[in-house]
Design a protein around this ligand. Structure first.
Ligand code: GDP
Ligand code: CA
Length: 406
């Protein structure tokens, strides 16, 4: 059993969508082996949360489905920033000061490239980090899958969890912006790092997602979990990008495990980074309640409950036939609930279109700054959500597990 404090309700005490603290009472007692936790994760926010998961549940069997939408090829090297951030953070190699890249890093190669006038200057390519990209690229070129490569890299770092890419197929987030040269799509990293997300995103597109398949083990990790956790990762370009892989959303909808999310938005702002710029692009307000409603309830709320803005997945995957993570185009940016033409169209042909557009949350943790936030059909609980140190993070994880009823 986990070290978390026991919940009030266990067994079949289902109080889904009620005011109770427990979303579902599926018990882990009696299971063979360790409690199975599956988490989706982006980079820094996801990794810090995972440190808390591992510390709170040292005996748990933890699987992480990592975002690969940030991946980019530079200088011929395949770079997977979010997978590496998880691997380095959990493996003790991260720069704690920066939150990304290696500790004790040097940038000699980057300086030499700059001296040749070879960019891009906006990507921080450290010398130690470079070795990871060299090994990865060499293995990919030799025919290994990203899943195999990630496992091989993790053999060095021993992160204490199983790190899976969301897909072995190439998926890249691109951002449509208006520039002096007209409208163009740039790689997410150019928008995020080069433009500091200051140029408004007209659309955020998950290139290749439509044809991507979940990596081996991903769907099983969701189906077989005791609890599924959504760390406070970026809802659009981290979690949203994972959900854009066909079948992932349906697997979240179908898993018997409770699905609990942690808000990355506190008091109307991201804790760090520019998630607000991403949310604006898909027409979702930068509030804990709006992000919770954007994820939506896994189960339809009782008639008459709520204001009718939740759980319909109105802005995600809303464009028929496209693989947009969400688009503000033509929908009036900022108006949550607008747009979303053809909800239910995503994943057409897969036979799971309905499940692929449904909500994904049973429980939603928000910060005490957002006490009173409501998400129809979802059990919302407020508590401090700043991951200031490991003990604070463990507290957040335990609260998520309590909400899950494990
Ligand atoms: P990235 O890929 O490196 O951008 O990292 P993620 O997508 O995993 O996480 C980014 C998100 O983490 C941001 O939107 C932040 O608001 C959120 N975040 C960072 N630190 C904290 C924290 O201490 N508490 C909470 N609740 N969210 C945080
Ligand atoms: Ca990222």
């Amino acid at each position: 059993m986990p070290a978390a404090a026991g919940p009030a309700v266990t067994g079949d005490g289902m109080r889904i969508g009620s005011n109770g603290d427990t979303v579902t009472g599926r018990e882990c007692a009696g299971r063979e082996g360790a409690v199975r936790i599956t988490a989706l994760a982006g980079g820094i926010g996801g990794s810090r949360f995972l440190l808390g998961v591992r510390a709170a549940l040292p005996d748990a069997d933890i699987t992480v489905i990592g975002n690969t939408g940030d991946d980019i090829t530079l200088h011929g090297l395949r770079i997977c920033p979010d997978l590496d951030t998880v691997m380095y953070t959990l493996g003790g190699g991260i720069s704690t000061e920066r939150g990304w890249g290696r500790e004790a890093e040097t940038f000699t190669v980057a300086e030499e490239l700059a001296a040749y006038g070879v960019g891009p200057a906006w990507f921080g390519l450290g010398d130690r980090d470079l070795a990871t990209h060299l090994v990865r690229t060499r293995m990919l070129d030799a025919g290994y899958s990203l899943t195999d490569v990630t496992a091989a890299l993790c053999r060095r770092w021993q992160p204490g969890l199983r790190l899976l890419p969301m897909s072995d197929d190439r998926v890249e987030t691109h951002v449509v912006v208006d520039t002096d040269q007209g409208r163009r799509a740039v790689h997410f990293q150019e928008w995020w790092l080069g433009m500091r997300a200051a140029t408004p995103a007209q659309e955020i597109i998950s290139l290749g997602a439509e044809r991507a398949r979940p990596a081996p083990g991903v769907l099983d990790a969701l189906a077989d979990a005791d609890v599924v956790l959504l760390p406070p990762s970026n809802p659009v370009v981290s979690i949203g990008s994972i959900l854009a892989v066909p079948g992932l959303r349906a697997a979240l909808a179908a898993t018997p495990a409770p699905v609990i999310g942690v808000s990355p938005i506190i008091g109307g702002a991201p804790v760090r980074g520019m998630a607000d710029a991403c949310l604006r692009a898909i027409g979702v307000a930068t509030t804990a309640a709006a992000v919770g409603a954007h994820y939506g309830a896994r189960r339809t709320p009782a008639t008459g409950e709520g204001g009718g803005e939740a759980g319909t997945g109105e802005t995600i995957d809303g464009t028929a036939g496209s693989d947009a993570i969400g688009g503000a185009s033509g929908a009036g940016a900022g108006s949550h609930g607008a747009g979303g033409a053809g909800a239910g169209s995503h994943g057409a042909g897969g036979g799971t279109a309905g499940a692929d557009t449904g909500g994904i949350l049973d429980g939603w943790l928000v910060d005490t700054a957002d006490t009173g936030a409501q998400v129809p059909g979802v059990t919302v609980k407020a508590r401090p959500l700043l991951m200031t140190d490991i003990d604070a993070t463990i507290g957040i994880v335990r609260a998520a597990l309590e909400l899950a009823g494990v």
